[in-house]
Structure formats: structure tokens, C-alpha cells
Design a protein around this ligand. Structure first.
Ligand code: ADP
Ligand code: MG
Length: 595
């Protein structure tokens, strides 16, 4: 006990989460039993599956009460009394090895965290199969269980009374408890109530005055009939007590998507993303994963990228909130999404993961890999859907019905691309498994795209019959590239060339080798083949001496070879990068990075 108390000391808050999670488990159990036997719920208040928190400030008692399954005398002894139960010793063993203290819940010893804040604990419990019992212990290794004849009968369930330590008086504040519940247990599946006081103005009757007298004194005779007994009142302050609901029981993700309005989704986004702008999220996906690993999730694309999304790319934390069976575990859990999708916000609620596990433990958990895989897939599907539903994305010929109702989706993908396009590119670099899926989401300008953005699928649809490769060129801006001599011949022959103008594009193209069996060819590099040219051989022969002379002359300038080529139209000569060398643009980028 000493080890538990001392080692968890810095994280006292967790006791409430542990108690609420136990209460919720007990409620889950009775609810499950009630599925087959409604009788077990009893009647009246006992049927209310809820959790109540109450403060007795004068006596420094914090009590948490549930109407769950309760504990029999044996249960109390077995579950709470036996400190030597296997979980405890396993936990202590881990602690001695310097394990993670937050593991406490995992070893089935979460209950003992009550001694972080209390020096005396009473547990009153009533199980359907037994009388009401009281368990009490002072954290000294001893406990007592006896039939409870003193306290009010509970009907069914458990009340845990913490006699708070002097140094734990912060938990005697309603605000503090509210804050903890909202932080850790907001989405517990059962209502959590706090017994709360409120100062209200109440109208009390002033000195008793005769009604008839008043009516008589009314000046306006016509309204006599309406002027009912308006007794003289005065306002006074009065303290009233009431149960205040602390959580939104209808956890959004547990409901069927059909029942959830767009507004609900937006509100939920704002609550979890702590986004105060009020802008609607760009899109969301809400789904249930079934099979070996079961979980529910809602993923959001925020309306805007955080300003430092790419500056702090590698240190950014993901924004997903991880729940295990409605119990909040962590929102800094990095292993649920790859870096390139860290801009997503949302929640994952898993039924498969163990409750209250530590970060280290979760990382090693196999289900986690499956969850991650499915989240990525769903996120990419969602992004794809934005593109599919955006009328601006369609090819001109597909754009038949241009009705105004689609306005909401119009230009949405461009908005997405402008905010998060770089993430897609980083994804192509980082995620080999989903490279092709991500490549489908790429957008760019090209020699044929005009003002619009084009996709690789559109490019392929526009390819010329004899064209084998996808042509692209890299540089610092579209304007600069449009006049590049490298494009002369290609434009003349009607081939489309992609403009890649973002510095990351150079890296991107080192990973994106092909798409739909078509290779990518940088037109400023060696290897561009523009069909057969019968004249080429002849020209090579007649300019042999000149090429040789050039080569010797430029040997000291890092020139590899000098060739006669058909890639130009009007410009007499051009410097081309060798196949595996850095493009001129890449050289420029590297240079700017070292400056
Ligand atoms: P865990 O919740 O991981 O089992 P705890 O130390 O938190 O470990 O609780 C120990 C056991 O005590 C629980 O498994 C449960 O059987 C019992 N228990 C604790 N709190 C309650 C409660 N409010 N109602 C019914 N049983 C409870
Ligand atoms: Mg527990």
C-alpha cells in the first residue's frame, strides 16, 4: 500500500477516474443481466443506472455512489479486502522493477488509488443476492466487513465514502470534481451527477396583506379582472441543492450516424478539438470496426491546418482521443495515426484494448496495429470522398448537371488540398503501403490544367496514344516552368507536363516511381524519349566532332556527356541532369537549406 501511495502521489487525480470506471463496470454488469431478466433492476430509483457524487464538506467526506450490481459480503472480501490478490503482487513486482505507475488500473488494483486522497474508506454495498454490508479500512493493511444496519438501505449498488486526508482538501470543491469528471470521464456511458449547491433569487411573500385590499387599490378599474392576486413579494438569496449532470451521456460516437445531425458533429468537433473559431470541420467519418478488433471512431478534418503543422511536423502530437470502453485513456497517444495524418482530430473508443493500460503497454498491443491500419484506410476514404463529391473535381465532360445544391461541396477538395496537400505528399514518402491510394489524392498544375488542379487519373485520361511515361518538371514556380526550354518540344507535340513547384515535390518524386503502371519521367533529366526520329542518327554522325569538342571543353565543369537530342524545338542547347543525379531544382533547394 505504501508503494502504491507513494509512487502514484504525483497523480492523485486518477482516483476519481478509477472509482467512476468501477461504478461504470458495475452498471454495465447489471445492465447486461437485465437483458435477460428485467427483475434484477428492481423498481423505483433502483432502476436508474447512474452515478452520483456527493460532498460533505463539514466532515470532509467525498462519496461516490452507483446503482450497479453491488457486492456481496464475499465479493467485498475477495475484491477489495484481499490485498495479496494476484494483481497486487504483480503490480508491486513491476513497481520494484521501476515500471510505469499509471499501470495501476491494469493490475486490477485501481481501487486502492482511493488511499492517495483518503486515509479512511468505507464501502457500503448491496447486491441482489445478499444483505447490505459495509467494508472499511484505514490503509493499514487491515479491513473489516460487517452487516450494515446503520446506513440507509441502498436498494442496490455501492457507495464508496472517502474520508479525505488533510492535504487532499482540493477535492472538496465542486468545481474541481466537475473538472476531473469532464476531463477523464466525460463520455462515460452512464449519467454522472454531482450534488451541487446554487445561490438563487427566490421571491418570498412580503408581509401578509389582504388581497381584497389590494384589488381595491388598483387604479385601473378595467383591468380589475386580470389583476389577480398579485401579492407583494421581495427577492432573497437562497441556497438550493440539486443533482447536476456532468457528462453528456449520449456519447456521439455510440449513436447511429443517421441520428446525428451535422450540427451535432460540428459541436462535438469543437468540444474535442478545443477549436473556438466555430468553423465547421471540413469533413468527418464515423464508423464502427468489427472483427478481431472492435472499435468505434469519429475522425475529423479540421477547417484549417494549424499554423505550425509542417514546421513542427516531427514533434507534433496527434489529436486523437483514445477511449477504452468509454473510459478516457489519453489524448497524446501518438501511435494511432501516422505523422502525415496527425492533422486529423477525433476519438477512438475501443472495446478490445485493456482498460487503463499504460502507453508502453498499448504500444506493444497487437490490436493497436489493426486499429491504426483501419483508421488510415478510413481517413483516406474520407479524403477521397471529398474529391469525388466536389463538382469542381469532375472532368468537364462529366459535369452535366451543374445544379446549385451542390455548392456546399464545390471547391471543397481544393480547400482541403490547400490546407493539407503537403500531408498527402509526406504520406506518399512515408507510407509505402498506401502509396498508390495517396497518389490518387495528389493534385497539381500542368501544361494542360489551366487554373484548375489536375489529378493523376485526369492526366492519364489525357495521355496521347503513343505516350508511355508521365511527364513532369520541377522548379520554383509555375510561371518559371511554363517558359522552360525543356517543354518546347513536348508542348509542340501536345504532351501534358506536370509542374511540381513545392520543395517537398523533389523528395516526393524519389518515392513515387510509377502510377498505374506508368513511369514518371522528369523532362529535365536524361532518359526522355520522344518517339523515333530517323534524322537523329544522321545528325549524331555529322555533329560527332562538335559534340566531342564540347565534351572536352566542359569536362572540368562536371559535364558527363554531350548529346544530340530531339527534345528541343527552338533553343539550341540545354543542360540536362543525369538520370540519378539531383535535378537543378533539387540543387537549388539543397543550396537554400544549407544557407
Ligand atoms: P478492476 O476494476 O481492474 O477489477 P479495481 O481495484 O478497480 O480493479 O476493483 C477491484 C474489484 O472490486 C472490481 O473488479 C469489482 O469486482 C469490485 N468493485 C470495485 N468497485 C465496485 C463497484 N462500485 N461496484 C461493484 N464492484 C466493485
Ligand atoms: Mg477498476
Amino acid at each position: 500500500m505504501d508503494i502504491i501511495i507513494n509512487s502514484l502521489y504525483s497523480n492523485k487525480d486518477i482516483f476519481l477516474r478509477e472509482l467512476i470506471s468501477n461504478a461504470s463496470d458495475a452498471l454495465d454488469k447489471i445492465r447486461f443481466m437485465a437483458l435477460t431478466d428485467k427483475e434484477v433492476l428492481g423498481e423505483g430509483d433502483d432502476t436508474k443506472l447512474e452515478i452520483q457524487i456527493k460532498l460533505d464538506k463539514a466532515n470532509k467526506i467525498l462519496s461516490i455512489r452507483d446503482r450497479g450490481i453491488g457486492m456481496t459480503k464475499d465479493d467485498l472480501i475477495k475484491n477489495l479486502g484481499t490485498i495479496a490478490k494476484s494483481g497486487t503482487s504483480a503490480f508491486l513486482e513491476q513497481m520494484q522493477k521501476g515500471g510505469d505507475l499509471n499501470l495501476i488500473g491494469q493490475f486490477g488494483v485501481g481501487f486502492y488509488s482511493v488511499y492517495l486522497v483518503a486515509d479512511y474508506v468505507e464501502v457500503v454495498s448491496k447486491h441482489n443476492d445478499d444483505k447490505q454490508y459495509i467494508w472499511e479500512s484505514k490503509a493499514d493493511g487491515a479491513f473489516a466487513v460487517s452487516e450494515d444496519t446503520e446506513n440507509e438501505p441502498l436498494g442496490r449498488g455501492t457507495e464508496i465514502r472517502l474520508h479525505l486526508k488533510e492535504e487532499a482538501s482540493e477535492y472538496l470543491s465542486e468545481d474541481k470534481l466537475k473538472e476531473l469528471v469532464q476531463k477523464y470521464s466525460e463520455f462515460i456511458n452512464f449519467p454522472i451527477y454531482l450534488w451541487t449547491s446554487k445561490e438563487v433569487d427566490v421571491e418570498v411573500e412580503a408581509d401578509s396583506e389582504d388581497e381584497d385590499e389590494k384589488t381595491a387599490s388598483t387604479e385601473d378599474e378595467e383591468s380589475d379582472e386580470d389583476a389577480e392576486s398579485k401579492s407583494k413579494t421581495k427577492k432573497v438569496k437562497e441556497t438550493t441543492w440539486d443533482w447536476q449532470l456532468l457528462n453528456d451521456v449520449k456519447a456521439v460516437w455510440l449513436r447511429s450516424p443517421k441520428e446525428i445531425s451535422d450540427e451535432d458533429y460540428a459541436n462535438f468537433f469543437h468540444s474535442i478539438a478545443k477549436d473556438l473559431t466555430g468553423d465547421k470541420p471540413l469533413s468527418w467519418t464515423h464508423f464502427t470496426a468489427e472483427g478481431d478488433v472492435e472499435f468505434k471512431a469519429i475522425l475529423y478534418i479540421p477547417p484549417k491546418a494549424p499554423h505550425d503543422l509542417y514546421e513542427n511536423y516531427y514533434s507534433n502530437k496527434s489529436f486523437l482521443k483514445l477511449y477504452v470502453r468509454r473510459v478516457f485513456i489519453s489524448d497524446e497517444f501518438d501511435e494511432l495515426l501516422p505523422k502525415y495524418l496527425a492533422f486529423l482530430k477525433g476519438i477512438v473508443d475501443s472495446d478490445t484494448l485493456p482498460l487503463n493500460v499504460s502507453r508502453e503497454m498499448l504500444q506493444a498491443h497487437n490490436s493497436l496495429k489493426t486499429i491504426k491500419k483501419k483508421l488510415i484506410r478510413k481517413a483516406l476514404d474520407m479524403i477521397r470522398r471529398i474529391a469525388d463529391e466536389d463538382p469542381d473535381e469532375a472532368d468537364e465532360k462529366e459535369e452535366i448537371n451543374d445544379n446549385e445544391g451542390e455548392d456546399e461541396n464545390r471547391g471543397k477538395y481544393t480547400r482541403f488540398w490547400n490546407e493539407f496537400g503537403k500531408s498527402i505528399k509526406l504520406g506518399i514518402i512515408e507510407d509505402a503501403t498506401n502509396r498508390n491510394r495517396l497518389a490518387k489524392l495528389l493534385r497539381f498544375h500542368s501544361t494542360k490544367s489551366g487554373d484548375k488542379l489536375a489529378s493523376l487519373d485526369q492526366y492519364i485520361a489525357r495521355m496521347k496514344p503513343d505516350q508511355k511515361d508521365i511527364y513532369y518538371i520541377t522548379g520554383s514556380s509555375k510561371e518559371q516552368l511554363e517558359n522552360s526550354p525543356f517543354l518546347e518540344q513536348l508542348k509542340k507535340k501536345g504532351y501534358e507536363v506536370i509542374f511540381f513547384t513545392d520543395p517537398v515535390d523533389e523528395y516526393l518524386m524519389q518515392y513515387l516511381m510509377d502510377y498505374e503502371d506508368k513511369k514518371f519521367q522528369n523532362v529535365s533529366k536524361e532518359g526522355l524519349k520522344l518517339g523515333k526520329d530517323s534524322k537523329l542518327k544522321e545528325l549524331k554522325e555529322s555533329f560527332k566532332d562538335l559534340t566531342k569538342w564540347w565534351k572536352e571543353l566542359l569536362a572540368s565543369e562536371n559535364v558527363d556527356s554531350v548529346k544530340i537530342s530531339n527534345r528541343l524545338a527552338d533553343t539550341p542547347g540545354v543542360v540536362v541532369t543525369s538520370k540519378y543525379g539531383w535535378s537543378a531544382n533539387m540543387e537549388r533547394i539543397m543550396k537554400s537549406q544549407t544557407l
